[in-house]
Design a protein around this ligand. Structure first.
Ligand code: UDX
Length: 468
């Protein structure tokens, strides 16, 4: 039997969030929802104003509602300066972006700047303060980059200052649940006081806490994302073999995954992984391994397979549709997956680029990501340029199409009515996620080639009466 000792301190820790991107906002709101008092700051005044008014600058299910609830409850507030944040919050969480450089290395500029600002703001403050690196950084960064900046600039040492790493594991689309009900908490500290503070801050979450050194915690984050990316790449290779063998990858993975040592989660074959994390994090660990005089071959393999998968998707489209010049292709789903408006590393971008370069007219649709796609799109150079038209509805995308490519499995696409098929010149869908029900496809007269479904890659004849 465990005997619970009364906790020494009864006051709840106060949390400060630096950076109100998806991750900073969700992290801060989760602490607030768990009863902690949270102050938040972003360098951009327009983001501060939007968040203070209860508006989230991103499409993320449940986030706006959570924000409004926590603002109303008075547990979450936006402050106008890092100085106020440092004064009011004991634990200062750095939630700034760490973008990739072309060689895979991460750009620590924004993190260094925010660490400097926070450190300067800590000078006049009394009492213990803990600076927590929540941004994703390669192993070693918290100790070798952030800690020296913070201790030098703040003039603090010893017991008055703690530095910690505390990676996040939030996936877009399920961010609110992942933040409020995390499967595990990982903390990396090098002193008992910082560790105790973080354990206390996370106690209301009732999740298992894994306490490591800062480098250990940082490695957990990269190892997790690399393993998940590898699972996706593994499933994608099995999908390609499935196509060649005429079997359905989902049936194969279901049976394989029934072995409890393997499991079937995160093994859904598709167009390859996208999003802001996997490619960036795996590349960063490959680069870090090289810096350490070693190799991270499984990470390298995950990335190469992901490149191969894009080439495979394009081959499937070409062999189903024939030469692309002059063809009209509907591209359905521009976000990197359904449930988000994020187009970072979305497979929709290189797919649209390739179709465009080969002379096709791409009519692209997404329920929420069209604006982000428009901003991300630069027409590729070269001859044979086609056209890209962003449309507001699925029927507009399908009008006169020689094929449709389903890139992100938004639920509205899966309700495919017969009227949609009738808009197409050739009733052909390349379903990169194997998401559309085959019974429905048959009923609405649609031929489906599912990536990895083992379908023969032939073009069906044009619909009777469809104009060329
Ligand atoms: C991921 C991690 O899940 C999260 O823990 C981490 O903190 C950030 O990176 P996210 O990028 O939001 O989250 O998306 P995720 O749902 O993990 O998917 C990543 C990519 O892999 C997407 O392109 C998705 O379509 C693809 N994927 C995922 C598959 O193709 N098959 C799968 O089985 C799972």
């Amino acid at each position: 039997m465990t005997v619970r000792r009364p906790t020494r301190r009864t006051t709840r820790p106060t949390v400060g969030i630096v950076g109100l991107g998806y991750m900073g906002l969700a992290t801060g709101l989760a602490f607030a929802a768990r009863g902690l008092s949270v102050h938040a700051f972003d360098i951009k005044p327009e983001i501060r104003a939007a968040v203070a008014a209860g508006r989230t600058p991103y499409h993320e299910a449940g986030l706006a509602r959570l924000l409004q609830d926590q603002l109303r409850a008075g547990r979450f507030g936006v402050v106008d300066s890092v100085a106020t944040l440092a004064e009011r919050s004991e634990g200062l969480f750095l939630c700034v972006p760490t973008p990739s450089r072309p060689n895979g290395e991460i750009d620590l500029g924004p993190l260094r700047r925010s660490a400097e600002e926070v450190a300067e703001a800590l000078r006049p403050v009394r009492g213990f303060r803990l600076v927590v690196v929540k941004s994703t950084v390669v192993p070693g960064t918290t100790e070798s980059v952030v800690a020296p900046i913070v201790s030098e600039r703040s003039g603090r040492t010893g017991a008055g200052l703690g530095i910690a790493s505390n990676p996040e594991f939030l996936a877009e689309g399920t961010m609110v649940r992942d933040a409020v009900e995390p499967a595990r908490i990982v903390i990396g500290t090098s002193d008992a006081r910082s560790r105790a503070w973080l354990e206390r801050a996370y106690r209301p979450f009732r999740a298992p806490v894994f306490a490591l050194t800062p480098s250990g915690a940082e490695l957990v984050k990269y190892a997790s994302n690399s393993f998940l990316a590898l699972k996706v790449s593994f499933a994608n290779e099995i999908a390609r073999l499935s196509d060649r063998l005429g079997v359905n990858v989902d049936a194969v993975i279901q049976a394989v995954g029934h072995d409890p040592r393997i499991g079937d989660r995160f093994l859904k074959a598709g167009p390859g992984f996208g999003g802001s994390c996997f490619d960036k994090d795996v590349r960063a660990l490959v680069h870090r391994a090289e810096e350490l005089g070693d190799r991270f071959r499984s990470g390298d393999a995950a990335l190469r397979i992901n490149d191969d998968q894009l080439a495979y998707v394009l081959d499937r489209v070409r062999s189903a549709v024939g030469p692309l010049r002059g063809k009209r292709i509907a591209l359905l789903g521009l976000a990197f997956k359904d449930g988000t408006d994020d187009v970072r590393e979305s497979r929709a971008i290189p797919i649209a680029e390739a179709l465009f370069s080969e002379g096709a007219t791409v009519r692209a649709h997404d329920p929420v990501a069209v604006e982000n796609f428009r901003r991300a799109w630069t027409p590729p150079n070269g001859t044979g340029a086609g056209e890209l038209v962003l449309v507001a509805t699925v029927p507009e995308a399908l009008e006169g199409a020689d094929a449709a490519v389903l890139q992100a499995a938004w639920p509205e696409y899966l309700r495919w009515p017969g009227a949609w098929t009738r808009r197409m010149r050739v009733p052909l869908l390349l379903d990169l996620r194997r998401a559309l029900d085959r019974g429905r496809a048959r009923r609405v007269g649609l031929t489906v080639i599912g990536l990895g479904a083992g379908d023969p890659a032939g073009t069906p004849p044009p619909r009777p009466g469809a104009s060329p």
